[in-house]
Design a binder for this molecule. Structure first.
Ligand SMILES: Cc1cc2nc3c(=O)[nH]c(=O)nc-3n(C[C@H](O)[C@H](O)[C@H](O)COP(=O)(O)OP(=O)(O)OC[C@H]3O[C@@H](n4cnc5c(N)ncnc54)[C@H](O)[C@@H]3O)c2cc1C
Length: 376
C-alpha cells in the first residue's frame, strides 16, 4: 500500500486528490489530504463580494463534500515536513508518513510587511472583501487608488480587473462622475502580459481610469492619506485598496524547503520539488515564474495526480506540465477577455467580447462539480 499525503485542500490539492482517487486502486493507494480549515473557498469570487454582486456564503463549501470518498481528510495544520524521514508533523502533534508528498499549501498574505497597511482595504480574503463592500457602498466620491504591495501575488490580472469593475460599479450607481479611479501598476505597462496590455490600456482610457506605471507600493502614510512607491513617487487617496504582500506558507519556510519568498524551487515540467523525487508541488506554492492562479494550479494538479497514479500502478505514460494557463478577465459592462498560454506559446493579443464574460460566469458555476473533480 502506497501512502500519498497531500497538504492543502485548495484548488491544487483537491484536484490532485480526486484525480488520483479515480486513477489508482484503493487497494494499493492510501490518499490523505490535510487541510488547515476544512473549508474550501472560491477566491476569484472575492472581487464580486467586494462589489456587492456575490454573497460570501456562496464561495465557501466543506472540503469533505468535494473529495472522492476514498480520500481521507484530516483537518489540521501541517507545521513541519521532514523529507529525510518522509514524515509531516501536524499542529495537533500527530505525525503522518508518506511515500509521495504533494505540497499545495498556496500563498500566505503578509500585510504586516507593508508599513501603514492598516489604512488600506483589500479583496484578497473573504472578510476583507466583505469590509470593502461596505466601504464602497457608502463611498460618496473622491479618489480611489489601487496598488500592489509586493511581487509575486495571486492572479496578477485581479487588481486591474478590479479597477475596470469599479468603473462599471459606479456607472451603474450613477455616481461615476464623482469618483476618480487610479491604478498603480508595478510594471512599465498597465497589465502583466505584454500582448494584452495594449487592449487593457484602451479599456482603461475609454473608461476614464487613470494609471501610473512603475509604482510599487513601498509604504502608506495614513496621517496624510498618501501612498509612496519604491520608485520615489507619492499619490494622495481618499480610499486606498492594496494587494497585500504574499509569501509561501510557514510550513514550507519552517521546513527549509522554500526560497527567500517561501516558494518551493520546483521543476517546471515534472512539478517535483528540486532535489526530491517523492515531493510534488502544485499551485501558488511553487517558484515557477508563471501566474499564481487557480487555472495554473488546476492544470498542474491534473498532471501530478495522473503521474503519481501511473507510478503506483507501474504502468502508463508520465506527462510533463506544459505551462498551460487559461483564464478569463472581466472588463466590466458584461464584457471579458480570454487569456491562454503555455511555455511554448505566449498569449495572443486578446479580444473583448461578451462570450468571455459569460465564460467567466460559467466557470464560477462549474467550479465545484466539474473543475474540482478534475473532469476537465
Ligand atoms: C481576489 C482573487 C481573484 C482571483 N481570481 C482568479 C481568477 O480569476 N482565475 C484564476 O485562475 N485564479 C484566480 N485567483 C487565484 C487563485 O484563487 C489561486 O491562485 C489558487 O487558489 C491557488 O490554488 P492553490 O491550491 O495553490 O492554493 P489555495 O487554493 O490557496 O489553497 C491552499 C490550501 O492550503 C491550506 N493550507 C495552507 N497552509 C496549510 C498548512 N500548513 N497545513 C494544511 N493546510 C494548509 C489552506 O487552508 C487552503 O485550503 C484569484 C485569487 C484572488 C485572491
Amino acid at each position: 500500500m502506497k501512502k500519498v499525503l497531500i497538504l492543502g485542500g485548495g484548488v491544487g490539492g483537491t484536484i490532485v486528490a480526486n484525480v488520483l482517487a479515480r486513477r489508482a486502486s484503493p487497494n494499493e493507494t492510501n490518499i490523505t489530504l490535510v487541510d488547515a480549515t476544512g473549508r474550501h473557498v472560491y477566491q476569484p469570487g472575492f472581487i464580486y463580494v467586494a462589489l456587492g454582486d456575490e454573497k460570501p456564503e456562496n464561495l465557501v463549501r466543506d472540503e469533505r463534500g468535494l473529495l472522492d470518498k476514498h480520500v481521507n481528510l484530516v483537518i489540521d495544520e501541517a507545521i513541519l515536513i521532514d523529507p529525510d524521514e518522509k514524515k509531516v508533523r501536524l499542529k495537533s502533534g500527530r505525525i503522518l508518513d508518506y511515500d509521495y508528498l504533494v505540497v499545495a499549501t498556496g500563498a500566505r498574505l503578509c500585510p504586516e510587511e507593508l508599513p501603514g497597511f492598516e489604512a488600506a482595504h483589500h479583496f484578497y480574503d473573504l472578510d476583507a472583501s466583505v469590509r470593502l463592500s461596505r466601504v464602497l457602498d457608502s463611498f460618496s466620491g473622491g479618489r480611489i487608488v489601487i496598488g500592489i504591495g509586493g511581487m509575486p501575488y495571486k492572479c496578477p490580472p485581479a487588481p486591474v480587473e478590479f479597477a475596470c469593475l469599479l468603473d462599471y460599479y459606479f456607472t451603474r450607481r450613477g455616481s461615476r462622475h464623482k469618483v476618480e479611479i487610479h491604478y498603480l501598476s508595478p510594471l512599465p505597462r498597465v497589465f502583466p502580459i505584454e500582448s494584452v496590455a495594449h487592449l487593457v490600456q484602451e479599456i482603461m482610457d475609454s473608461g476614464g481610469i487613470k494609471y501610473t506605471q512603475l509604482f510599487n507600493v513601498e509604504r502608506i502614510e495614513p496621517e496624510n492619506n498618501l501612498v509612496h512607491s519604491l520608485e520615489g513617487e507619492s499619490l494622495k487617496y481618499d480610499l486606498l485598496i492594496v494587494v497585500p504582500p504574499h509569501r509561501g506558507t510557514k510550513v514550507v519556510e519552517n521546513s527549509g524547503l522554500g526560497d527567500r519568498g517561501g516558494w518551493i524551487p520546483t521543476d517546471k515540467y515534472t512539478l517535483k520539488a528540486k532535489g526530491y523525487d517523492d515531493i510534488y508541488v502544485v499551485g501558488d506554492a511553487t517558484d515557477i515564474p508563471i501566474s499564481k492562479a487557480g487555472a495554473t494550479a488546476h492544470y498542474e494538479a491534473k498532471v501530478v495526480g495522473e503521474n503519481i497514479a501511473a507510478d503506483i500502478r507501474g504502468s502508463g505514460t508520465k506527462r510533463l506540465y506544459d505551462g498551460k494557463v487559461q483564464c478569463f478577465f472581466d472588463a466590466g459592462f458584461k464584457k471579458g477577455m480570454r487569456i491562454a498560454f503555455d511555455y511554448e506559446h505566449p498569449p495572443k493579443p486578446a479580444r473583448l467580447s461578451r462570450r468571455w464574460y459569460y465564460m467567466k460566469m460559467l466557470i464560477k458555476k462549474i467550479y465545484w462539480s466539474v473543475i474540482l473533480k478534475g473532469w476537465i
